[in-house]
Each structure stands twice: as C-alpha cells, then as structure tokens.
Write a protein that binds this ligand. Sequence first.
Ligand code: AMO
Length: 452
Amino acid sequence: MDFYQAAGVEPIGNLRRTHLSSQITNDLVGQTVVLMGWVHILRDKGRIKFLILRDEGGTVQITIPKKKVSEEVFDISGRLKPEAVVAVEGEVVEAPQSKTGVEVIPHSIHILNTSEPLPIDVVEGKVSIELDTRLNYRILDLRKPTVNAIFRIQHSLVRFSREFLESNGFVEIHTPKIVAEATEGGANLFEIQYFERKAFLAQSPQFYKQLMLLAGFGRVFEIAPVFRAEKHNTRRHINEYTSFDFEMAWIGGVEDVMQMEEQMLSYAFAKTLEASERELKLLGVDLKVPKTPFPRIKYAEVIDLLNSEGKEISIHDDLDPESERMLGEIFPEKFGTDLVFITHYPLELRPAYTMPSLTDEGMTESFDLTYKGMEITTGGQRIHLYDLLVERFKAKGFNPDHFRFYLDPFRYGAPPHGGLGLGVERLTMQLLGLENIREAALLPRDRDRLTP
Ligand code: AMO
C-alpha cells in the first residue's frame, strides 16, 4: 500500500531545499529555488492566490497568478490548508509591492503533509490567547515566529556564555541528577523512590561541581536541568529549570567570581546582539551591552535603601517580590544600569558551604546578581577548610555523617574556590522583558503542569 498516496501527500523524493525564506533576496531574481515549510497564511483573490510560506528563516511570499502558472499548480494551491507542509519549486521575481522586494512564482507545489484545523492560531496578533492554553498546545505555540524567537535568543545567550568559559579554560561537566542529599536545604526537594531507598532530584550541581575542583579540573561548568519542589505557582518559579553553573579554583576571593560573570555576560550580550539581531528586532527588544564592572552593593545597604523607601524589612529577611520590584526602580536610578551585584549576605540566609566573611561580621563572601530587580544568579566563595565546613554544616543543623561523600574529600587538600548558579530562564525572561518565566521555558514544569 502506498501510504503517501493514501494520505494524499507526496514524499520529498529527490527534491532538496535550496534556500531558507530569509535568503530569498534581490540577488536571486531569475533563479529557480526550492523552499520547504508550512503554509502560514493563504490569501485567495480568485485569479491570483498568495501563499506566505514559513520556515526556520522566517516567511516568504509565494504568488500564484492563474495566468503565469500551470493548471496543476493553480489547482493544488486552491487545496492548501493552513499549516500544511509544502515544498515549492519556483522562480524568484521582483515584487516592488512586497516587503522584501521579491517573491516566488511556483513551477510546482508539493504537499508533503496535511494539517487538521488548528486548536490555536499560529499567526501573530490575531487573537490573544491565555498563556495556559498556549502551553497546552505548546508545540503549535512555538511555531509563532515571536515565540520561536525567544528560544533562538536563549540559544545565543547560552552558546556565547559557554564560548566565553571555554576560552577561559573551563571544562564542561555532567553530574548526576539523582542524588542522596539536598545541597540547598530540604525545603524544596523532590523525593523519589530509588529501588529500595529514597533518593532526591538534584536542586543544584553544587556539591559535585565543587568536588570536581578537588578532583583537579581547575575550572568547570555545567548547563543542566535542576529540580525545585516550589509549592506555589509564581511568575518567576518553575519546578524544573536550566541551571548554568560554573566553579573556579585558585580564587583570591568572591570578587574573582563576580568579575568572571560580568565579563561572561557582557560578552554573551554583545555576541547575541549580532547573532540574534533578527529575533531581537522581531520582539522589539533594544538589547544594551552592559558595561563592566557592574555596580556592587552590600546586602545591609540594600536593606537600608528599602527601609528608607518605606519598606519594613530586616537584614535577617530574604528579599520578597515587592522588595525586588522596588530595587528594579531604585537601582537604575542610583547606578544607571539594571545589572547589579548584591554582596555580603548574612550567614543565616546562605547555605552551609558559603565562606563566612572576615571583614563583615555575621556576613558571607557571597553575592546575587539582580537584573531589572530580579535575582538571576547566586554565587560566592566556598569553604575549602575542612574543619570550618563541618562546623558550618553542624551550625545549620545537618548531620555531617549524611554528607560524607561531600565532606571527606575536603580532608585531602581542597583548593580555594568559588562559583555561581545562573537561571537560564530568568536571564532570558529579564532580558526580553517577559511577564512570566514559563514564556522562557520550552516546556515548563509547574505545580499543575506535567505535559506536554
Ligand atoms: P539558588 O538556589 O539561588 O543558588 O539558584 C540559583 C539561580 O537559579 C535560579 N532559580 C530558579 N529559576 C527558576 N525557577 C526556580 N524555582 C528557581 N530557583 C532558582 C535563579 C537563581 O538565582 N547552588 C547555588 C548556586 C551557587 O552558589 O553556585 C544555587 O542553586 O536565577
């Protein structure tokens, strides 16, 4: 049985795509090209039909005038449905009235697959659809050029951050996501059944990235999913996110880590500006490359600033969403930039592995990076001294015996080190000004969502 025929479609056969829609420019006038993509928009004006074909590069206009094409082509074009998958072979001609100045007149149109009527629109701006509905049909939602663009920009950010680290001697590592203990405290830990035992999904590669410095790698990074059992649905929390972590040995202090991050981000922003120019334009984002150094401000000063603006907050409190929103306004005014390091957090607000401060009593050699008011990174210098590390674990109420796999290697010569964890979705969200972190996650996982 010919199942292609049964489905009313054709196989690609020997046909190969020659160009992306974005490559159809004036230089190609008079040439024959083969395009493949989806039927984005159809306009039937009777004796002339227009097909906007969408592919990875964007869209291109295919014009089908009855007078200029074969009867077969005109007939097929009349049978096309939105989101059908097609191959079009045709000639590039000048078209002063079209946006790009060119269009394609088809010699042949091949239907490679059909589409049923769509549950949500994939053409921009027709009707606004609730985020929840969009996420239910995420695969179709992602076809929208503006939605697709978010992840192309995210790709650039990650790609160039990685490129920066690689050229600075960092080694990419892959650590287990099924783990025996919490790294960041037990509050948002997912427990799983691991054969006869209980295990957990990793909240962070924290212990393992540190241990790899003890193993002699010098500088490491990992870009991988981590899991947080956040009980509440908020606009900036998801239950699985992509953590961009790096860790570096032989640091003199936390300042070395912050410098590495600010250089990495300004490199990644500059390169993304070039590589994702089309997508940034499509989203109307005017990306500014941040100047280094980013401003630094101590947590105690931030608390004073907030209190002077009428917020009642103590140095022993975490910043709540309202505080972050306020800082989103205060920082650009005060510093003229929206990427600001907050440093020297109190011991009680930081995990057990964080190096206490020698200069600021009761504080730590740690930092957060805030972007437009929101925390996008946490980092710090780590404790490399075994006795102090054990003491801090005890002070946090942990039994060191449960953490032997992590603590024991510190008895055999651990280099001074520090590092950070950057939330890829948060970075993307803030850079693009998205309202909800789910917009920056391909297939978000939250309290209510486990599919698609
Ligand atoms: P922390 O727990 O602060 O630090 O997480 C680091 C960064 O991860 C992002 N993030 C999240 N993004 C989306 N949804 C969530 N539920 C969520 N939780 C955190 C934020 C945050 O700044 N081990 C340390 C890092 C380190 O010191 O190296 C850690 O995990 O952008």
